[in-house]
Design a protein around this ligand. Structure first.
Ligand code: ADP
Ligand code: MG
Ligand code: MG
Length: 534
């Protein structure tokens, strides 16, 4: 199907239909906890437990069209991506070579690396690692070539929105089937919502079921089981610990996982804000170093933590003092399985993603990390990479090519400059790149990578309903995330991973105004969306 699908979508709404749809969405989101905490309502209290206010998460009124072949390609690659990142995080030497230059100029990465070295010196007491991953893509749609799937980035820490994205797919399905005063269903008729054989368009008519919650929780449960019984004496009950931000707004996304973990797996979990880690946990003495959690409200019951699941501590701004760095070190040296370990956190750097794009005659990292995969699988993986360049003047593979592209306004216009950061709002775009680079010392340039821009379809439109209740039809860009989980054990003394659990399941579609370069929902740029496959 041509891009004309986008010019006729979504269907027109008159003011009555729009008002009905918005009201229905507002009610549905609150009814089903497709919600976030309103920013003004956060009063930092002990664990924020006194705050029960919620408002709708930013959502689109309609699902967005997405080609089924690209959706299936992304799903098909996920377990291979999981395996790739397990292999990278297990090869400390390789990672060190990549990180070396960055550490010289980036204090945040240097501090993380130092924690790893300190724990290594003392001796790690846990050889398993859990990854809850999300691989993000856009639909590259060049004027003069075929449409293809291109990876924006691969997330190895705090990959969020699995909980809420399941609910968006349910909400859009509800709207496609629920009666309205104006139409048999809340959506006006459109060929994409019809799975009748008579329509020209081949479509499923509904968003596919989203399995993100069951997939991510199964990953946590697999790690919890693999940890085994308590190592303490006397033995303690075990639990999973969610490390969260003190002023987290995306609470309901996280609660979707902890509730499911309890209901379907019978595993207790607790939420611990970063500022309280050292108050409510202890690392028991050698040799096994179990992590003990004492709930603040019931000091008589202690738990041993099997899995530390980070939904925080991915950004330098969260490390407000030495105590927070202490806390990260504390958790890393414990026996709990970390999701992610420091090495896996670092494996998710944009720099690693740039280095992976190298191919013969340069080093073929994909082949060496995935020796058992066929050439055609590796080619499919590689086809999702956008061209990326190092900005290090000492890069032997492509000396200074990235620097040349970044400094010339004409070539910079088709690129984005990325630092080694997560969470949105950190990149420099297009013609701002040359002036930005010139404003900082040349010795700092190597902490960035340069990436060619992905060009998503031009004519896409959707309605977005923001958390403050405003709704607008806009030209939009969508980013697809595919969730995957992987649990592995480092081979003794070796640098490879023995995979214990590797799954794909669930997706996130985030849709933002075309005018906005950045894409985070939490950062306030995007709305949660679902796909309608064609
Ligand atoms: P973060 O880890 O902060 O989310 P990303 O690499 O995902 O960093 O970049 C943030 C946003 O910038 C993305 O969600 C996307 O909207 C935009 N972006 C990043 N890389 C590209 C690219 N190559 N082409 C177009 N947009 C991009
Ligand atoms: Mg990221
Ligand atoms: Mg991102």
């Amino acid at each position: 199907m041509s891009n004309s699908i986008y010019t006729q979508y979504p269907p027109d709404l008159d003011s009555q239909q729009e008002a009905f749809l918005i009201q229905t969405v507002k009610n549905w989101t609150v009814e089903h906890a497709l919600t976030v905490r309103p920013s003004a309502a956060i009063v930092p209290t002990e664990f924020n437990s006194g705050n029960t206010l919620a408002t709708n998460a930013p959502v689109t009124l309609f699902p967005s069209p997405f080609p089924e072949s690209c959706f299936e390609q992304a799903r098909g690659l996920q377990q291979i991506y999981n395996e790739l990142y397990a292999a990278i995080a297990s090869d400390e030497q390789w990672l060190e070579t990549v990180m070396k230059e960055l550490i010289e100029v980036d204090d945040f990465l240097a501090n993380l690396w130092k924690i790893h070295l300190d724990v290594k010196r003392e001796g790690y007491v846990q050889d398993m690692t859990l990854g809850l991953f999300r691989s993000d893509y856009m639909l590259h749609t060049p004027e003069d070539g075929p449409q293809s799937l291109r990876q924006v980035e691969f997330n190895t820490i705090s990959s969020s929105f699995g909980g809420l994205s399941c609910r968006v797919a349910e909400m859009h399905t509800h709207l496609a089937t629920y009666p309205s005063p104006q139409h048999p269903v809340a959506y006006p008729p459109h060929p994409l919502f019809s799975n009748s054989k008579e329509t020209r368009i081949k479509t499923t008519g509904r968003p596919p079921v989203n399995a993100a919650v069951s997939t991510l929780t199964a990953g946590l449960a697999a790690a919890h089981q693999a940890y085994g019984p308590s190592k303490s004496s006397p033995q303690l009950p075990t639990c999973v610990l969610f490390i969260v931000q003190d002023t987290e707004r995306n609470v309901f996304d996280q609660l979707a996982l902890s509730s499911f973990l309890h209901k379907e797996h019978g595993i207790p979990s607790f939420r611990l804000p970063t500022s309280k880690i050292t108050t409510y946990t202890t690392v028991a003495s050698p040799p096994t170093r179990p992590l003990i959690y004492t709930p603040p409200t019931d000091k008589s019951t202690q738990y041993e933590v099997t899995v530390v699941y980070y939904r925080a501590l991915y950004a330098p701004t969260e490390y407000t003092d030495a105590q927070t760095w202490n806390a990260r070190h504390w958790l890393e040296r414990s026996a709990a399985i970390k999701c992610p370990s420091i090495l896996l956190h670092l494996a998710g750097s944009k720099k690693v993603q740039q280095v992976l794009t190298s191919k013969p005659p340069g080093p073929d990292h994909l082949k060496s990390f995935l020796p058992k995969q066929t050439d055609s699988t590796l080619e499919s993986l590689r086809s999702t990479f956008a061209p990326q360049y190092s900005l290090s003047s000492s890069d032997p593979a492509v000396p200074a090519e990235g620097i040349k592209l970044a400094l010339d306004a004409a070539t910079a216009a088709n690129h984005v400059l990325k630092p080694q950061r997560e969470g949105g709002g950190n990149n420099i775009y297009r013609t701002n790149i040359p002036a930005f680079l010139k404003s900082i010392p040349e010795s700092q340039w190597k902490q960035y990578i340069l990436m060619e821009l992905i060009h998503p379809p031009k004519d896409a439109k959707n309605f977005a309903l923001r958390s403050d209740g405003a709704a607008a039809l806009d030209n939009v860009i969508s980013e697809l995330g595919i969730f995957g989980t992987c649990l592995w054990k480092k081979t003794p003394g070796g640098k490879t991973a023995e995979i214990l659990h590797n799954t794909e399941g669930g997706y996130l579609l985030r849709t933002k105004s075309k005018e906005s370069d950045e894409g985070g929902v939490a950062a306030g740029f995007s709305s949660l969306d679902s796909v309608i496959l064609y």
